[in-house]
Write a protein that binds this ligand. Structure first.
Ligand code: AMP
Length: 288
């Protein structure tokens, strides 16, 4: 695996790989963007990337623009050596690890806003977050010029924002969503789980449990509003301090009050001992 930190070198390396393989269209390049502190969820993206592409590029960039001033940018875990070992073992060909000045040089003045799908849920709770995501992902797409890019369903709203961005800007990049990887007890893997003390980690399973129970009730035709209220109560009773939202939305537009005949998604964000966790699950459409 080659680790590259300069854009010029990234472009030359990718051009050489494409040439070696016989030209632009005879090789498929996948991009897996990450913020590092890698776990089995990220590796599942690399594995999925290997299935749909010939060459896998992973990026590690802790993007300051997607953190609000009160968030955890300063203490976000950084584990370069371990991350690059994991990526090399997983079969990643290139690790693109730009510095902040490579992504946001002096004078940088552009922001990409994906209206609508960015506005509610995490967009409401974390103002500017999805502008930061859309801006850096657009840059990563232009730097790597992948044929396909993979994102986790764990960050379901992020995936919806990227799909909208790619459709709206006619970017010739296939977007693949990868199912959420979980611990044995159901907690979604996250780089932020390491912030949790053991007793909070144990309590955190209230999140997947509350979502699972609400999906069961809604799937049987139960009242969604009641099921969401029960889920919020279960989170607080289970040890979460605050609940940003538990919401049932259309799986594509993320609009509230979704049509039950279309795919829906149940999403939640809640904070336990200062650590904000998110999770989501599919809600199948009901039969006509
Ligand atoms: P992050 O490093 O948290 O920005 O995540 C990088 C990519 O990994 C994003 O596309 C995430 O959605 C994805 N990801 C993070 N956690 C998981 C997980 N538990 N299962 C699947 N994908 C994940």
């Amino acid at each position: 695996m080659q680790t590259i930190r300069q854009l010029q070198s990234l472009r030359e390396t990718i051009a050489a790989l494409r040439l070696q393989a016989g030209g632009e269209s005879s090789v498929r390049i996948a991009l897996v963007p990450t913020m590092g502190a890698l776990h089995a969820g990220h590796i599942a993206l690399i594995e999925a990337a290997k299935r749909v592409a010939d060459i896998v590029v992973a990026s590690i960039f802790v993007n300051p623009r997607q953190f609000a001033p009160n968030e955890d940018l300063g203490r976000y875990p950084r584990r370069e050596v371990q991350d690059s070992r994991m990526l090399a073992e997983a079969g990643c060909a290139i690790l693109w690890m730009p510095g902040v000045e490579e992504i946001y040089p002096a004078g940088f003045a552009t922001t990409i806003t994906v209206a609508g799908v960015s506005d509610g849920l995490d967009g409401a709770a974390r103002p500017g977050h999805f502008d930061g995501v859309a801006t850096v992902v657009t840059k990563l797409f232009n730097q790597v010029r992948p044929d396909v890019a993979l994102f986790g369903e764990k960050d379901f709203q992020q995936l919806a924002v990227i799909r909208r961005l790619v459709a709206d800007l006619d970017l010739a990049i296939e977007i693949v969503g990868v199912p959420t990887q979980r611990e044995d007890d159901g907690l979604a893997l996250s780089s932020r789980n390491i912030y949790l003390a053991p007793e909070d980690r144990a309590r955190a399973i209230a999140l997947p449990r509350a979502l699972g129970e609400a999906v069961r009730v809604i799937g049987k035709g139960g009242d969604p509003a009641g099921a969401l209220a029960v889920a919020k109560d279960a989170l607080i009773a289970g040890g979460f301090d605050t609940v940003d939202y538990v919401a049932l939305v259309d799986a594509e537009t993320l609009e509230p009050s979704p049509d039950a005949m279309r795919p829906r998604r149940l999403l939640a964000a809640a904070t336990i001992a200062g650590t904000r966790l998110i999770d989501n699950v599919a809600v199948a459409p009901t039969e006509g």
